[in-house]
Structures are given as structure tokens and as C-alpha cells.
Write a protein that binds this ligand. Structure first.
Ligand code: CP
Length: 307
């Protein structure tokens, strides 16, 4: 069954994930162009971004416009939240303006769940990243990208590297990869950037990247989330890069033709060697393009199930 809102990948069924990925694929022409259609004609999408974003905000807007929706963009600094209005009152006012689909990025974990539990049944809510909790469309576009370049998930070894502790992306990736029965999921990072009991999510934990990257098919790098970091969690910049940064030497430990992924924004020379971003094995910019298609798929499927 397709959910009423997309708030997390936890509990999203195998069938729902494949439906989203197949729908996203259907929007590409054989030449790789994204086609315009009228699926959301007459619908208004409210893009509420209360944390900075380049990729997610822009690709949601482009995706909504490709589906012929009207788009209303609201950022924290331009909203009346700065004058004391609550998030829920903001959403209720936008609902009164006949917005039907809300895309919410918020610094508080659970913000999208909270809004989803208060809107009318005909409204859809999509979590575009809430605190350290979840970023489901990022995980889905990552799956879409892996499926494009690699064989089936059950035979893949996938490594997620870096700041797992603060990463909503990693949590969403792990849940979705588990649902697709990925062969092996590894997490690699310093002890201070790995959540306690992370192994209960069915992943193999490595503190040493030289061991963890051996023979993997997919390397998913993560951004160091300085804005969420408490003092002492992170070995200082240069030391982190020396120990955990992806370098050409470390890439050579992975399977031949392993793909390099990063959700962005990348801190060049911190999470990875700057040249690797443009390396032939890097699919980082293709992830961005795929994000438009996956967000088109999520928005159209949510609204289809509201009819
Ligand atoms: N990957 C991602 O969420 O990037 P933005 O913060 O730029 O949206």
C-alpha cells in the first residue's frame, strides 16, 4: 500500500519503493531528458524550507513544475515564523490558500510527522529532511542511482562512510537498502560519529576505512555535519581527511568500477579528495538529476492516492 505522506523510508514497503523507482524511470526519455506532463495541473505545492538547501529545494521545485503544478516557495527568514507564528499555523494558513502538497525541511526531528498528523486528509506531506532523523527522497534517489549503475541489490556490497551519527540521509538509506535486501551494508567512521547500537540496524561496522572499503560496489560518502556537531566528536579537519577521507588509494581498494556517491553538499578535501568528485566513477551529479525524477514520482504517486 502507498503511504498517505512520505515521512521516512522506515516501513516503506518493497513494493512502494519499486513503484517509486519505476515511476521515476518512466519520466526520462531514452535520451535521458525529463519530460513535461500535466499530472499535477491545478495543484499547488508549498515548498517550506526552514533550513538551507540547494539540491532538495531546487529539484522539488523543478519536479513540481515538470508536473505542471503551481509552486509556492517559503523560507524561514521570509516567513511570519520570525514574528512568532507557529509552524502549524503557517501550514494551516497555506492550506487556507489551497496548497495541497507540502514539502517540508526543518531542523527539528519529527517536524514533518507533526504537520502530517494535523493536516486534512486530502493534503500530502513530504519530509525533505528533519533534523538528524530522515531524508526519504534523498535515499530514494540514491537507490534509483544505484539501480541504474549496478546489478541487483542482493548481490551488492555498499559502504556508507563518515558522519553517520548526525546523518538523516544514512538512516533513510539503511532502512531502504534493508527493504531491498541489499547483500551487505557497511558503515565506516570514527567511533564518535557512529551511533551506539548502529549494528542493530543490520549493518556491519568498520572503524578502519582500509578494511571497510575492500571490495565494495558502492561508496556512499556523507557530509561532515559541522552545524550539528558537539565539540570533541570530530577529529580535526586534516586528521579526519587523513583517516577517513576518500582518496584515490582508498578507492582502489573497492571493486573495479565501484561507484562514488555523495548526497551533497561536498566539502572538498574534507570528506573526499577534490579530484574524485569529477572522477569517471563518480555519479554525484547524476544523483542530482535523478533527484528531479524521483521527486516527480513521489509527488505524483502521493496525489494519485489522494484522489
Ligand atoms: N542532499 C541534500 O539534501 O542537499 P541540500 O541540503 O542542498 O538540499
Amino acid at each position: 500500500m502507498f503511504p498517505n505522506h512520505l515521512l521516512t523510508t522506515e516501513g516503506l514497503s518493497h513494493n512502494a519503493i519499486l513503484t517509486i523507482l519505476d515511476k521515476a524511470a518512466s519520466f526520462f526519455t531514452p535520451e535521458g531528458q525529463l519530460q513535461q506532463n500535466t499530472t499535477l495541473q491545478g495543484i499547488t505545492v508549498a515548498n517550506l524550507f526552514f533550513e538551507p538547501s540547494t539540491r532538495t529545494r531546487s529539484t522539488f521545485e523543478l519536479a513540481a513544475k515538470k508536473l505542471s503544478a503551481h509552486v509556492l516557495n517559503l523560507s524561514l527568514s521570509h516567513s511570519s515564523i520570525t514574528k512568532g507564528e507557529t509552524l502549524l499555523d503557517t501550514v494551516k494558513n497555506l492550506q487556507a490558500m489551497q496548497c495541497q502538497l507540502f514539502v517540508l525541511r526543518h531542523m527539528a526531528s519529527g517536524a514533518a510527522h507533526f504537520i502530517a498528523s494535523h493536516v486534512s486528509p486530502q493534503i500530502g506531506v513530504i519530509n525533505a529532511g528533519d533534523g538528524c532523523h530522515a531524508h526519504p527522497t534523498q535515499a530514494l534517489l540514491d537507490l534509483f542511482t544505484i539501480r541504474k549503475y549496478c546489478s541487483d541489490f542482493q548481490s551488492l556490497r555498499i559502504a556508507i562512510v563518515g558522519d553517520i551519527y548526525h546523518s538523516r540521509v544514512a538512516r533513510s538509506q539503511i532502512h531502504a537498502l534493508q527493504t531491498l535486501r541489499t547483500g551487505e551494508i557497511r558503515v565506516i567512521g570514527p567511533k564518535t560519529l557512529l551511533p551506539p547500537h548502529i549494528n542493530t540496524l543490520g549493518v556491519n561496522v568498520f572503524y578502519d576505512p582500509e578494511q571497510g572499503l575492500k571490495d565494495v560496489d558502492v561508496i556512499m560518502m556523507l557530509r561532515i555535519q559541522h552545524e550539528r556537531m558537539q565539540a570533541g566528536r570530530l577529529p580535526l579537519g586534516e586528521a579526519y581527511y587523513r583517516t577517513y577521507g576518500l582518496t584515490a588509494e582508498r578507492l582502489a581498494l573497492a571493486a573495479p568500477n565501484a561507484i562514488i556517491m555523495h548526497p551533497g553538499p561536498v566539502n572538498r578535501g574534507v570528506e573526499m579528495q577534490s579530484e574524485l568528485i569529477e572522477h569517471p566513477q563518480s555519479v554525484i551529479l547524476d544523483q542530482v538529476t535523478n533527484g528531479i525524477a524521483v521527486r516527480m514520482a513521489v509527488m505524483s504517486l502521493l496525489m494519485e492516492h489522494k484522489k
